[in-house]
Each structure stands twice: as C-alpha cells, then as structure tokens.
Design a protein around this ligand. Structure first.
Ligand code: ZN
Length: 233
C-alpha cells in the first residue's frame, strides 16, 4: 500500500473512532436525562412538593432538587452518612451551590443552624456527597451547618437535635432497625472522612458525638424520646 492510501485510510479510521465515541457519549447523556425525572431543576408546584415530601421525610421544610446525582440509586438504603457544610450556609444558598453542574456535588438532605431540613436529592436517588460511589448508593447523606468556623466545627443544638430526629425517620421508613457506629465504613452510620483522606468532614465535634447519635437514634427507633411519631418538636 502506498503512503497516500495509508494516510487516507488512517484518517477514515480516526473519523470512525471519533464518531463512535461521540455516539456513545451522546447515548449515555440521553440515557441519564431520560432516567432523571423532568421536575428536577425547575420550580415545583405545591402538589409536586407534597408528593415529594410524602415519599421522603415529613421533616422537610425546603426543597431544591438538583441534577447532580444518579437516578435512581443502584442499591437499597442501609446506611446514613453524616457531613458538615464547613460553613453556616442557609438551605437556599446550599441549594444554589448544589444546582451548579460544574460543582458535581450534592446531598440528599441538609439541616441549617436553626434546625430546618432541606431535600436536594430524593432518597430513591444517589447523591454525590461522600467521595465514595459505593457508600452513596447505599446511604442517605446529610449535611449539617456549622455555627463555629474551623476548630471543632461545632453545630448548634437545634441542628444536632434535628439530625437525631431525621435519622430516626430515615431508619424507620427504610427498615433500618438499628443504626450502628463502628468508627469505620463497616457500620451503618458512616462519615465522609472514612472515604477520603483529603477531608476532615464532618469535623471533630460531630465525629465525637457519633456513638451518642447512634444510641439516641436507636432509642428513638424503640419508641423513646427522639421518634417523629412521639411528638418531638
Ligand atoms: Zn462531607
């Protein structure tokens, strides 16, 4: 084969390769878009909000659904993963940040310093929160606001109490009979820093209260003080 012919053929092969690659990427994008519910990323009607709350937590007070996630999650919910915001953000500001495609981040829920609860990714879908695909497909992830910047990354009592209440509710609705904190990724209560050396999330304050959180949630699941149904405000 002469050089001209070789050149001609390699250009065609390159073109063919490029087109097949583009077609695969397009197909994947289309598939992701088809799987993603059409109400994500736009203003919701009152009726849609009510439906969304009915299949997630009744504690939700704010909803800003983001496309940053996998729709639906690939595994059954068996874990809860705790994060901190590394800031005292409002639920609205965090929602705005999660709505940006270039941030490639989200969480199922967040709790602000006043103890209000937001939903960004429905529980049936996987949020991009914990630097671990495997964990996030199994976990409902929760971001908690800090009322201290740096140091111990303290969180308010209202935020902590709401976290207990939200965890009880998540466990109850998803059939998690007991929340277990083992201090590593094996337990059903996990932390962001178990999956990445690059973060101290959720910070020393929350981390120091995880065994207590598990106890309080389990107490709530047994019908004690922290259950939603028991009338905790
Ligand atoms: Zn985190």
């Amino acid at each position: 084969m002469n050089t001209e012919k070789k050149k001609f053929l390699s250009i065609w092969f390159l073109l063919l390769g490029f087109c097949s690659g583009a077609a695969i990427v397009l197909a994947l994008c289309l598939r992701a878009q088809l799987q993603r519910p059409d109400y994500i990323g736009r203003e919701l009607t009152v009726q849609e909000e009510a439906q969304i709350i009915s299949r997630n937590s009744p504690l939700i007070q704010y909803i800003a659904l983001t496309a940053n996630g996998d729709f639906p999650r690939a595994q059954k919910i068996t874990k809860i993963t705790i994060h901190h915001m590394a800031g005292d953000l409002s639920l609205e500001d965090l929602g705005e940040s999660f709505s940006r495609a270039d941030r490639k981040a989200s969480a199922n829920y967040a709790i602000d310093s006043a103890g209000r609860v937001a939903l960004y990714v429905e529980e049936m879908n996987r949020a991009w929160t914990s630097s671990s695909r495997e964990n996030d497909h199994q976990a409902v992830t929760v971001e908690v606001a800090n009322d201290e910047m740096g140091g111990n990354w303290h969180v308010s009592d209202q935020a902590y109490q709401k976290l207990v209440e939200l965890c009880v509710d998540i466990c109850r609705r998803n059939g998690i009979r007991e929340l277990v904190f083992t201090g590593d990724a094996q337990g059903s209560l996990t932390l962001h820093n178990m999956f990445s050396d690059e973060t101290e999330c959720p910070g020393p304050y929350l981390e120091g209260r995880m065994a207590e959180l598990a106890d309080q949630v389990n107490e709530g699941l047994r019908g004690g003080d922290y259950g939603v149904a028991s009338g905790e405000p």
